[in-house]
Design a protein around this ligand. Sequence first.
Ligand code: ADP
Ligand code: MG
Length: 767
Amino acid sequence: MLELKNIKKSYTTGDFTQVALKEINLKFRKNEFVAILGPSGSGKTTLLNIVGGLDRYDSGNLIINNQETIKFKDQTWDAYRNNCIGFIFQSYNLISHISILANVEMGMTLSGVKSSKRHSKAKEVLKKVGLKDHMHKKPNQLSGGQMQRVAIARALANDPDIILADEPTGALDTKTSVQIMELIKEIAKDKLVIMVTHNPELAKTYASRVIEMRDGEVISDSNPIKQSEKDEKDYKIKRTSMSFLSALKLSLNNIKTKKGRTILTSFASSIGIIGIASILSLSNGFDRQIDIFERNTLSSLPIIVSTQSLNLDEEAMAEMQNSVKTTDEDYPNIDFVIPEKSMEETFTHKNNITEDYIKYIEKANPDIVSGLAYNRYTRLNLINKIDGKVKIVNINMGSAPKNLSNDKLSVIAEKYDILTGREAKEKDELILIVDSKNHVTEDIISSLGLDTTKENIKFEDILNSEIKLVLNKDYYTKIGNYFSINTDLDKLYNSDETITLKIVGIVRLKEEFPSYAQSSGLAYTEKLLDYVISENKNSDIVKAQKNAKHNVLTGEAFDLTTEEGKETKNQVLAYLGDEAVPYMVQIFPRDFNAKDELLKYLDKYNEGKEAKDQIVYTDQAEIISSLSSNIMDAITIVLIAFSAISLIVSSIMIGIIMYISVLERTKEIGILRSLGARKKDISRVFNAETFIIGMSSGILGIIITRLLLIPANSILYNLTELKNVAVLNPIHAIILIIVSLCLTLIGGAIPAKIASKKDPVIALRTE
Ligand code: ADP
Ligand code: MG
């Protein structure tokens, strides 16, 4: 039993209040065909909307199932509309972008009925209204009468107890009207049908009860309910819930009707994604290239341990960067100056390279260290016959890296091409190192007694050429308290005591190593230096120098009361050949992985030692690569920030487009609400739409980026000869799709909320 008690309803627009219903009292039987007659504006539609739970009354009470609807929550009203009520409208109110079948199914879709059950039920009711053959058509492919049949089928589909029809034949011709009325009469057999009409003929012919209304009041009722009539009740109100998948399908169908716009929107909002994805791909690619470069080349640069070492740890770097920043402490208004340590002093660390340290690194695993090269102050006394005359040769020779194990490849064998001859092994053997262009400085050529005026010098002329090395005892002669160099160089040249050093090979750093690491020169073996030191440390000049307070060659006095003075004396002693630890050690890691292990090994030495006793090493590769990757990171961040702006712009754009979509779909919102959709379901429909756009713009962005990378990589290949530099990391791709999804969902959230708050009655009235 449905009962309206003192129902009042008025509408206020501005200052004007229109009373639509004044104290309506009506009772309806569970099964009857009621026609409501009345002129336009008399409140018929308002009454129907209130009975259908689409509109709320101002006061009074509507009683359903003996329940006072005053206490109904939104949810209950939605459920009531969904499974107790079937609406039939004058203007059919079908959703235009989905099929007849889907329209009829919509009520069931909203209440979460399984699709197989939905289909069979929808087909059954479509058969009943005679439209089974048309079920796959869209509403606009049908005639008015057919559309109203679809609306009737839709009203019947959920098996409601009450059918509310608002001028169902108002838009139809007489003949079709009759057919529709017949259909409604048929339905009315086992339901309560309340039909609004202003055609008294139709009302009298078909209805079992005619109620007349005027100015919001009931003025007559042909068959009111008598006191004696029994109360019947059993309307069932089941909760409704639309699944996100259904919302998605509905939106997908809607989107299909505006393909062009959706594609353009997706494309526009994918631009930000394309920007970020390409930047990430490029920077990724460059990082990888730097990494490969580092592995191949930089890692082969030696780790350097020098008595004076720049302490470029992170702290120092940060301090250095801070020192160039302007702070509050700058430009003080003071009349004094503040002394501070020099940059050099702040950042240099004095390494005290001890015998122990040398022993420690010589014990390093030959699997990780391919060689050690020592730099000492020790002077080699060299002479040679140049242009027919014996002369002193003043060149700097380096020590070729020493091999830590005879079973393993040496640095020379590993990293150099041996152009001719072989590696130097014995103490009287030298190698000539040429640079990447086979250039050698002229002083080196002339020191070998070769003609420097020639354009080029054949390998065979260099191979086996000689330099003579003289030991201190022959090289220096004592005059009083001082020493000077023996003047009879010819005698020294021909003496048996003189050691003849011979070039046994010419080598060049392999092509894959960076050019800045290449320099030319002569290199001797560590064996030679060991021998020279062992001979010279006991020479007269070294002994004399040890006891002297001045330089025995120049006469310059040392101030032995200072550290500097002592150090200068030690350097002079080392120069003359006294045993001394090297001032610099170059440690060659075998490869990239070995370098890490080597650094660990070197760090281990420092464990537990005081700062002043620690040995700080310089990793040239690290400095170069961290510089380049820092720059890369900075560029990447700036570019990503720019692209992110376009992402935000696109999410605002999505908001606007969704808002337009809400306006366009207002009618649909009303229809869905009349079929029992909850507010939540409505926002779901729109969120589903943004979900689709966000997803497709993300995926589109990734696909376009992948395609753009093809020409980008080929341009980069032409420029840099690096293959496939730009690579999109799949994890980045997934993250970007998610970001795109989230941003569009945020952009669409407000319009979706607006949609869900729309008044269903007003929504239905919009065209
Ligand atoms: P009927 O269906 O009998 O033609 P209605 O129920 O639609 O009449 O309207 C009854 C009265 O209420 C009319 O005067 C109409 O202008 C007014 N009315 C209906 N809906 C609204 C509304 N949403 N806002 C303002 N006035 C309304
Ligand atoms: Mg009306």
